[in-house]
Design a protein around this ligand. Structure first.
Ligand code: PLP
Length: 400
């Protein structure tokens, strides 16, 4: 007897969580492994946010809330979009969910008919194709090579669009590449989309505050206001405010789409935790100096990792422009042998070798749709990163 519905047959568990679990399993056996698999800030949530949560709980904000989120949190999100992105949304255009992941899931569930296509520029966030498949859609993967800065170009986009295209996913800064789109890059994509009115745009901007080298963030909504009625801007507090465990994401978009997403939410989880919503209001409306401090720390770590990896013979790394990952090229290791005589056939074998012999957990590029690479998270201390680079160096040096 099968317990599992056929819609799950093609869906894989999250590769980054799997890498992290493999590291934990080795640790449980007493092996000293550095886990650079999962990407989450290693800082504590700023204290004023935790205080706001305490206060909300003590003040009795402990009941179900409106499915789309409390009036306060949707007002705070509208304020954030106005202040930081120059975008005008009313609370009716906003929905809050249990993380950006649930926002994306709800958006796809609300819109996809069986066989509808979602264009996923690769490398992409591991959950995008799995969610699309789970909800009956077809992922259309468009490889965006390092030579285009891992960015989707207008020509690649034009080629990928069909009459069945329902969504274009954009993610900036990108996980895993760190790629950022400029205003003119986005306008050029917008010009292609203008010719295809059936295509909606999901712009995942969850890493917007983690930008390097003085870059300014431009939201897709700001660059292409003419596409507002088919754009869903996705964001959340996980990465900017070190709040991954609080599970709050949000989106702004056309009111009918947002309403459909709230309906799904009302029938699946009722609402986001009332206390986490109160914490989100404090995060968005409160002092932002910790966000700037986190950004600086991430930039220093990015610099350390770029310097260290570029010294390793056999690996390549274009400096990430944002987020907290390094997407490391390992083409010159493919086809070569480990000291145990195992041929490194692909990047999954490289990540496996680095885990078992180098004692560093990473995620292979195959999980992101663009090989041969592996991703490490740089959201850990400089000491740990330095040790990890030295282990990767030692392991790579032994490949024959
Ligand atoms: C691109 C991207 N979008 C969304 C998420 C999920 O964010 P949340 O914690 O808000 O669900 C992640 C987390 O790794 C991510 O990298």
């Amino acid at each position: 007897m099968s317990y599992v519905a056929s819609r799950l047959s093609a869906v894989k568990p999250s590769a980054s969580m799997a890498a992290s679990q493999a590291a934990k399993a080795l640790r449980a056996k007493g092996v000293d492994v550095i886990d650079l698999g999962l990407g989450e800030p290693d800082f504590p949530t700023p204290l004023h946010i935790i205080d706001a949560a305490h206060f909300a709980a003590k003040a009795g904000q402990t009941l179900y809330t409106a499915a789309a989120g409390t009036a306060e949190v949707r007002e705070a999100v509208a304020g954030k979009f106005r202040r930081e992105n120059g975008l005008d949304y009313t609370p009716d255009d906003i929905v809050v969910a249990n993380g950006a992941k649930q926002i994306i899931f709800n958006a796809l569930m609300a819109t996809l008919e069986t066989g509808d296509e979602a264009i996923l520029p690769a490398p992409y966030f591991v959950s995008y194709p799995e969610m699309v498949k789970l909800l009956g859609g077809t992922p259309v993967v468009v490889e965006c090579p390092e030579t285009t800065g891992f960015r989707l170009t207008p020509a690649l986009l034009e080629k990928a669009i069909t009459p069945r295209t329902k969504w274009l996913f954009l993610n900036m800064p990108g996980n895993p590449s760190g790629a950022v789109y400029s205003q003119s890059d986005l306008k050029a994509l917008g010009a292609v989309l203008a010719k295809h009115p059936q295509v909606l745009v999901l712009s995942d901007e969850i890493y917007e505050h983690i930008l390097f080298d003085g870059r300014e963030f431009v939201s897709f909504g700001k660059a292409c206001p003419e596409l507002k009625d088919r754009t869903l801007i996705v964001n959340g507090v996980s990465k900017s405010y070190a709040m991954t465990g609080w599970r709050v994401g949000y989106a702004a978009g056309p009111a009918p789409l947002v309403k459909a997403m709230s309906t799904i939410q009302s029938q699946s989880c009722t609402s986001v935790c009332s206390i986490a919503q109160a914490a989100t209001v404090a995060a968005l409306n409160g002092p932002q100096d910790e966000v700037a401090r986190f950004r600086q720390a991430f930039e220093a770590r990015r610099n350390l990792v770029v310097d260290g990896i570029r010294k390793i013979n056999g690996l390549t790394l274009s400096p990430p422009e944002g987020a907290f990952y390094a997407y490391i090229g390992c083409a010159s290791l493919i086809g070569r042998k480990t000291p145990k005589g195992v041929v490194l056939e692909d990047d999954a074998a490289v990540a496996n070798y680095l885990l078992n012999e180098g004692r560093v957990a990473s995620v292979p590029g195959v999980a992101y749709g663009l090989s041969p690479y592996f991703r490490i998270s740089t959201a850990t201390s400089e000491e740990v990163l330095t040790e990890a680079i030295s282990r990767i160096n030692a392991a790579v040096a032994q490949v024959e």
